[in-house]
Each structure stands twice: as C-alpha cells, then as structure tokens.
Write a protein that binds this ligand. Structure first.
Ligand SMILES: *Cc1c(COP(=O)(O)O)cnc(C)c1O
Length: 419
C-alpha cells in the first residue's frame, strides 16, 4: 500500500506530548514555505501574487511566515481582516472577497486599504450608502453560471450564491467608471479541492476572454485577474497532487493567446489558495484511549470531530498513520472514533490499519487546512493547541489549547447565585 510520510519521529511526538498533551495540531513550516515558493515559481512568468485564504488556517504566526515570502491575505470577514492587520498585512496585500457583507466589514476593509472584491452589483450602491465613495480599485467576482461546469464539492455555478452574472459585470464596471474608478480587477472561484489542473487553465481562459471583451466594450484597463483558490490536495495516498508547473504553463499560453496577442496591457495574476498552501503540511496528532470490540472494532482516540470535522461533515477521507507501526501490515479493520455523543464522530470507517495498542499515537494527515479552523465546542470539547515544527527541528506553540475558563468565559456564574 502507498504510505504517506510524516516529517517527525515517534520519539519527537512522545517528547512534545510531555509538554502539550494530545490531541494537538502540528504544522511543518519548511514544507509550507517550500510549497509556496513552488507556486510562485510556476507563475514566475507573470506579475504574480498569492493571497492566502486565511479561513483555511487562521493563525497569525503562519500568516507572518507567509508575509515574509510576499504572500498576502484573502479575507472574508471582520476577524480575518483584524488578523491580517495584526500581522502587518495591510493595503493591497489584502484581498477582501466576502459575500452577504455587513457594512461594518466593508468599512474596515476600506480603512485598511484592502482590495475590495464585490460579490454583487447591488453592493456598489450599498457601499456608497454605508461606507462612502467607491474605492479607487474595484474587483468583481464573476459567476459563470452555465458557461462553466462546477466541480463536485462546489456544485453547479448557477446554483451558487456567489458573484455577478456576465451582464451584471458590464453594468457594474460601467457604473464604477462613470463614478471615476480607474483601476479594475476581475475574479472567479468555481471549484474547490480540484485535482485536474486543466480546470484552472479553463478558468483563466474564461477570465482572460472577459478582460478582452469588457476592456474593449467599456474602454477600460484591467490591472489584475484573480483566479481564486480551489487547488486540491492528494488526500488519498493514490491521489496525485496538481502539477503546478503544468498549470502555470497552461495559463501562460492562454495569457499570451488572449491578452498579449490582442495588444492588451499586461495584467497581474493573483490567486487565493487556501487548502493547497497548508492542508498537506498540518497533522492532527491523537492518542488511542480505548479499543472496543462489539459488532465492529472501534479505536477510540482522544481527538473528536470537534477537532477535525471534515470526515463527519463531508465523508472526507483523511489518511491515518499509526506512529511507529509504519512497517507493519494493515491487517485490522477499525472505525476510528472520537468521544462526542454523535455516531458520525468518526475519523475513519472500516479503515485497515496495523494492529493498534492503547497508547499508540495516530497521525491524521492533511489536516492543515479547514481542520483546526472548523473546530467547535460541542459536548464541551476544548479546542486543541497548534504547534509549529520549525526548519531547525524545534517546536513552537502558535496557539495554546483552550481551557475550561475559555469555555465558560461567556457565562456569568456569579449571577447564577441570585437567579
Ligand atoms: C475558500 C475560498 C478560497 C480558498 O479555497 P481553497 O479551496 O482553500 O483554495 C479562496 N477564495 C474564496 C473566496 C474562498 O471562499
């Protein structure tokens, strides 16, 4: 069987667990940065910038490391804007791609000088009414509707709540131009966890063609094309990662064909990837507490779906390694469960693993994106710590685990006395 590797030894994990009890998340700093550089290299032919979709892993320490390699922040809420500000990511290093946006969030994005990516034509007048003059740079999110097939996770674009229709794009840019806006961008995002690289080339082609059509029709100049995120990761050992070089080269060919040969001015290429940036390089470490044999064999661990809800939410596959047993054959079949009072609190169903003993450490792979971020407190579960494995092999805690005081912080027990 294909096995996924881990960047740490069992001895290191046992050592870490003495200071930071399981379950905890651990991220591989070196691998995250190396991967970001590979993405940038694939687009070295262009004026390229990645805006990390911080909802995937909203940790300011990771964001700061990314800032050092010129990665910005894609934000979609006020707390995400505040995180970017704390890290010193401000101005046009922030892409504000939100939807159903409250006025207060537009106001904050405006104060920070973020690039505002409008989700709907009605938000232009909403913005003028609640925030003020339109920003000097505007971007619109395009929803291609039936012009493009969605992928499995995101569904059909015409069913998606996001973005402008094609006709609305023309009306929107015209409206902005009439009000003195001089700088323009365009965005779309219609896939999530897509492993077929040709999908991204097609998306770029659609946007480049729109740039051509709109700039000619309305006599305006586009500054950038934002291809969104959605690059998938190989969750299963047999999956293959997206070939970034081929993706970049394919997009370059379309760029030359549609933008350059039409004599249009150069446009910058932006992306707002989340999953592929941190997903493969974050691991949830949990310890086996019980082995229960009834109609099936249940391997009870100390993490729950409150730590990582993707398997329960979407039936997502997350590979599991039993640390120290990598060389043993997978001869047992387990349901790997947490302790929530929910029968779908399972990290894996009928998973073949080496024979596990109580106290064994399990590594749940590809948990770096939409993992800790989606955590919750059901059944009073406390959210775990996040640790960083530094390139020199040292460990840094980048978020402490929650404690009972955090959990009860919104309750006033003193008032209970007089109630
Ligand atoms: C979620 C999201 C992303 C990131 O998507 P990934 O699949 O994690 O790359 C980018 N842009 C927007 C607007 C998003 O909602």
């Amino acid at each position: 069987m294909l096995e996924k590797k881990v960047p740490f030894s069992i001895d290191l994990i046992k050592d870490i667990a003495k200071s930071y009890p399981t379950p905890f998340y651990i991220y591989d700093e070196g691998a995250i940065i190396k991967n970001l550089r590979a993405l940038q290299k694939a687009f070295a032919w262009a004026d390229f910038k990645e805006y990390f979709a911080i909802k995937a892993t909203p940790n300011p320490f990771l964001m700061k490391l990314m800032k050092e390699v010129e990665v910005g922040a894609d934000c979609s809420s006020l707390p995400e804007l505040l995180l970017a500000e704390k890290v010193g990511i401000v101005g046009e290093d922030i892409m504000f791609t939100s939807n159903d946006t409250p006025a207060s969030e537009y106001r904050k994005a405006s104060k920070l000088g973020a690039i505002i990516n409008f989700d709907d034509i009605s938000h232009l007048t909403f913005y003028e009414e609640h925030v003020g003059k339109l920003p000097e740079l505007v971007c619109f999110r395009y929803n291609p509707g039936q012009a493009k097939e969605g992928n499995l996770i995101i569904g059909h674009p015409e069913e998606a709540k996001y973005g402008f229709t094609k006709e609305q794009l023309f009306d929107g840019y015209r409206y902005c131009k009439e009000r003195g806006v001089k700088r323009f961008g365009i965005h779309t995002m219609v896939a999530s966890n897509e492993l077929d690289y040709t999908y991204f080339i097609e998306t770029a082609e659609i946007l480049f063609a729109l740039v051509q059509e709109i700039s000619q029709a309305l006599d305006l100049t586009f500054e950038f094309v934002n291809l969104g995120g959605g690059i998938g990761i190989p969750y299963r050992p047999e999956d293959e990662a997206v070939d970034l070089i081929k993706t970049g080269a394919g997009i370059r060919a379309k760029y030359e064909e549609i933008i350059l040969s039409a004599g249009l001015p150069p446009v910058k290429i932006y992306m707002e990837c989340g999953r592929m940036v941190t997903g493969p390089y974050g691991y949830l470490i949990t310890k086996t507490q019980h082995i229960k044999r009834t109609y099936k064999t249940y391997l009870g661990v100390d993490a729950t779906m409150a730590d990582l809800m993707r398997p329960a939410l979407y039936g997502a596959y997350h590979h599991i390694t039993v640390l120290g047993r990598e060389e043993q054959s997978a001869k047992e079949t387990y349901d790997v469960t947490g302790s929530l009072c929910e029968n779908n609190d399972k990290f894996a169903i009928d998973r073949e693993l080496p024979a596990v003993t109580i106290g064994d450490y399990l590594v749940i792979h590809d948990a770096g994106a939409h993992g800790h971020a989606m955590g919750f407190n059901y059944n009073g579960k406390l959210r775990s710590a996040e640790l960083l494995l530094r390139p020199d092999g040292s460990i840094k805690q980048i978020r402490r685990a929650e404690n009972m005081a955090d959990l009860f912080a919104t309750l006033d027990f003193a008032e209970l006395e007089n109630f």
